[in-house]
Design a protein around this ligand. Structure first.
Ligand code: M6R
Length: 607
């Protein structure tokens, strides 16, 4: 996955390529590059590392010209080196690519046999060579792109420029998103509307298999069969896409501390003004039509599904299946009209989740998306898209999106329970009353930050860390471990507290901190027993609980973190705060790159 941009402009495009690429850095940040056409001929600058490196390269050797394409990379084929950075060039052709060309190896061998020489190890470079070869055989740029697309397997969004063609840019998409931006006598291509926000709010989304020939004043879109088609132009809300860190050192802390306010916003979206009913603007899903819910997502969004499984099953008595999107699609599970499938994604562009959505469309009774990016592919392709209202999330590690996903799920679980007769009107109101307390309780939980920072100073010394939780706190243990791994690079695992004795307890010794999420609930004593089993083996327990829990079970633990007392229903939302802040402070203690951890990207647009 990578970010791509293209501009046919009226002034020098290099500065604007950089500005727009910065908004795509969430897609990858291991190398970047641009090609600009100056006096009819293409010139390239590429650099390894984040965009600042490319910025420096452009300062040292500026590029002039009004047409250009740019790319920020997350390496798939070939290490993050300058030679592997995009744009790739072959003869008169330059290309930037997001996705994976799955048949690149046979194509490359075929081209090598015909005398082509490659400058990189990437899958993408074959695309430039195929187009160049077709042009050398007399095809126009558009014909050459069309014949090349027919030979490609896999997923891609592509943007092409051509030597000597200052007013021509060609784009194509299959499996990866690509949008056209319309300016006044200017034309743009971008991986998403957010990248194009500094230059335009007039967007045309290409559909699966589309490709487009652009000049400054025209566009001709073709579908996968080569038929000319028209796609609607839409206005996107550009203001909502402006982002900064405020007074925070990192986007991650800004986003963690925003949670009480964005959650209040999410709640007001899904509650009636008097807080007596769940209200879904635009039409509520009807849970009486379904025998089963199937929840599919990746990473943190998957853990939100895992919590939701407990809520739907306990409150609404409806069976729930959950799966990670990358497995779901390939195990080809039976899906029928009595299934509602809910896909969850912050970015709305995660390739695995999008593929899962494609798999269930036409099979499931309804496909619902719980989504942050409302202009994304997943939002547009689902039968019903429910916004989480978290606002733009920049930090690669997800925080506020998680708690807002949980908020939407909590509202839907109450709604399902009410519709299916498991809750009466008073019961619905009582559950809502618990939810309404979450912003205040999140605020209280955030006040324990200094204690979390102190604990993190110790955690940062560990090589392995375990997280434990029971019931709906089990997914929080998994989320805590994921956050810690991706931010601090310390190995961490989450386990169901009761499962530890079935094997993982062999890992316990005095060097392995064990973080135990244990609010006082119906399972508290059982969790405490599991904690005792750890301490009996020399394990160093950090107990995360409320005042009563700490009074009852804090003795003998290495440290305690006090969370506000809360109803067990909303505990998974409140305990997200220690899961996030322990990871954050451990990472800052270790000096890792919190907002852009190594090897990761915010939006994972390859399978
Ligand atoms: O954009 P999505 O919610 O679909 O992303 C899913 C995962 O890639 C994402 O949650 C990832 O696990 C985060 N880095 C976790 O912090």
């Amino acid at each position: 996955m990578c970010g791509i941009i293209g501009i046919l402009g009226k002034a020098d495009v290099a500065p604007m390529l950089l500005t727009t690429l910065k908004r795509l850095e969430y897609r990858g940040y291991d190398s970047a590059g641009v090609v600009v056409i100056n006096d009819g001929s293409m010139q390239t600058r590429r650099a390894v590392g984040k965009l600042e490196a490319l910025e420096m390269a452009l300062k040292a050797a500026p590029l002039q010209g009004n047409s250009g394409i740019g790319h920020t990379r997350w390496a798939t084929h070939g290490a993050p080196t300058e030679a592997n950075a995009h744009p790739h060039r072959a003869g008169k052709v330059a290309v930037v690519h997001n996705g994976i060309i799955e048949n690149f190896q046979p194509l490359r061998e075929e081209l090598l046999a015909k005398g082509h020489q490659f400058a990189s190890e990437t899958d993408s470079e074959v695309v430039a060579h195929l187009v160049m070869r077709a042009m050398d055989q007399g095809q126009s740029p558009a014909q050459a792109v069309a014949s090349t697309l027919a030979r490609l397997e896999g997923a891609f969004a592509l943007a092409f420029l051509f030597d000597g063609e200052d007013d021509l840019m060609i784009g194509a998409r299959r499996g990866s998103p690509l949008a056209i931006g319309h300016g006044e006598g200017e034309m743009y291509l971008g991986s998403d509307a957010m990248a194009l926000a500094p230059v335009t709010s007039r967007i045309t989304y290409l559909e699966e298999g589309d490709w487009v020939v652009l000049t400054r004043n025209s566009q001709q879109i073709y579908d996968a069969l080569g038929n000319g088609v028209s796609r609607p132009e839409v206005m996107v809300n550009v203001d909502a896409m402006q982002v900064d860190k405020g007074n925070h050192r990192h986007f991650m802390t800004k986003e963690i501390f925003e949670q009480p306010s964005v959650m209040a916003l999410a709640l007001s979206h899904y509650l009636s003004p008097d807080h007596s009913q769940i209200h879904v603007p635009g039409g509520a899903p009807d849970f009486t039509r379904f025998d089963r819910l199937v929840l599919v997502a990746c990473g943190t969004a998957y853990y939100a599904c895992h919590v939701a499984k407990y809520w739907f099953e306990q409150m609404a008595r409806i069976p729930v299946e959950i799966d990670v999107a990358s497995e779901f699609r390939y195990r080809a599970p039976p899906i029928g009209r009595r299934d509602m499938v809910i896909v969850v994604s912050q970015s709305g562009e995660t390739a695995d989740t999008l593929a899962a959505l494609h798999y269930v469309k036409g099979k499931a009774g309804q496909v619902v998306a719980i989504i942050n990016a409302t202009e994304s592919s997943i939002a547009r392709e689902a039968d019903l898209a429910l916004p989480i209202k978290a606002g733009v999330e920049v930090s690669v590690a997800s925080s506020k999106a998680f708690t807002c996903q949980l908020t939407v799920f909590a509202a839907l679980a109450i709604l399902a329970a009410r519709q299916r007769g498991e809750l009466d009107a008073a019961g619905e109101k009582a559950q809502i009353a618990k939810l309404v307390h979450t912003p205040r309780l999140l605020d209280e939980a955030l006040k324990a930050e200094p204690q979390m920072a102190a604990a993190a100073r110790e955690l940062a010394k560990a090589r392995d860390i375990l997280f434990l939780g029971r019931g709906p706190l089990y997914p929080l243990a998994l989320e805590g471990a994921l956050k810690l791994k991706e931010l601090s690079y310390i190995h961490a695992e989450g386990y169901a507290s009761g499962e530890l004795k079935h094997g993982p307890i062999a890992l316990i010794d005095e060097r392995v901190p064990v973080i135990c999420f244990a609010p006082v609930d119906a399972l508290f004593d059982k969790t405490v027993s599991n904690m005792q089993e750890v301490m009996a083996r020399g394990g160093k327990v950090l107990l995360v609980s409320d005042a009563k829990g700490i009074a009852r079970a804090g003795k003998g633990t290495w440290a305690q973190l006090e969370m506000p007392e809360c109803d067990p229903f909303i505990a998974p939302i409140i305990y997200a705060i220690p899961a996030q802040l322990l990871a954050y402070h451990t990472a800052t203690e270790k000096g890792t790159d919190v907002d852009q951890p190594r090897n990761l990207a915010k939006s994972v647009t390859v399978e």
